[in-house]
Design a protein around this ligand. Sequence first.
Ligand code: NAD
Length: 289
Amino acid sequence: DRKVVFITGCSSGIGLSLAVRLASNPDKTYKVYATMRNLAKKERLLECVKGLHKDTLDILQMDVTDQQSILDARDRVVEKRVDILVCNAGVGLMGPLEIQSLDSMRCILEVNLLGTIQTIQAFLPEMKVQGQGRILVTGSTGGLHGLPFNEVYCASKFAIEGACESLAVLLQHFNIHVSLIECGPVNTDFLVNLQKAELGDTSLQQVDTQTLSMYEKYLQHCGSVFQNAAQDTEDIVKVFLDSIQSPSPAFRYFTSGSMPPLTKLKITEPDGLQYIRAMSKHIFSAEEQ
Ligand code: NAD
């Protein structure tokens, strides 16, 4: 029997690549429901699968912040079951905390946190009845350690860790495996799609000069990290496949192969100061390249 896969956030980036890879499987092992908030953006996905998708891909509209749209998408799954649920939709928010509006903060939490949880809620009862299932969530190293100017994004991704770990403890008793795929920087539209304060923005005029100059440093750091160390979505998809194909998947996968050294510091030095100092040094004392 084909595995029914349901993925959120497939108009670009990791979600798109994963949908393409699974739908193009030569053995037709997977039936993919690729969902996206805005169906007008489906051309990119369709171009990538180039006609191979006839019976392995369905594209559905779904906004993870809209419960009715989640239920409507779920009800359009012909097989009436989902074997592998991939919660991938997410957005970033970057800039000094004091300029973030309540609306923009709420929006990030609604997509990244409640969007993920609402999606899982919609599929959970059926998976429990089936007595089997996989839930994969696109995590972030920003869910494992704090990053300056990303407070609310990190809060949303830390929260996902808590939700998933809590669920995993219960769901192992239902033969449902939860896996977080922890990504560092990935070459996607993420940096374009995120809400980011730009240096010339009027909102930044109210911010003190020390914060501003540190923000400038952070943006340079971020730019060089993405330029030098970002992974391609293909690399990320391989890790998703590792988890999907494993008979007993791990709870956490690191797309870079292992836990990043700075994240390890949080575990080995539980008072937290070593991490805070090391990350600060890493970002703010780097020599210009
Ligand atoms: P991306 O911007 O290309 O993809 C994100 C997708 O989520 C987009 O297709 C977007 O339309 C969709 N989305 C946003 N709001 C939505 C909503 N309300 N309903 C449905 N879909 C919605 O970026 P990406 O890098 O592919 O991001 C995928 C996931 O990877 C996100 O959860 C992100 O936090 C995570 N991640 C990305 C990076 C990175 O560096 N790119 C690093 C760590 C984690």
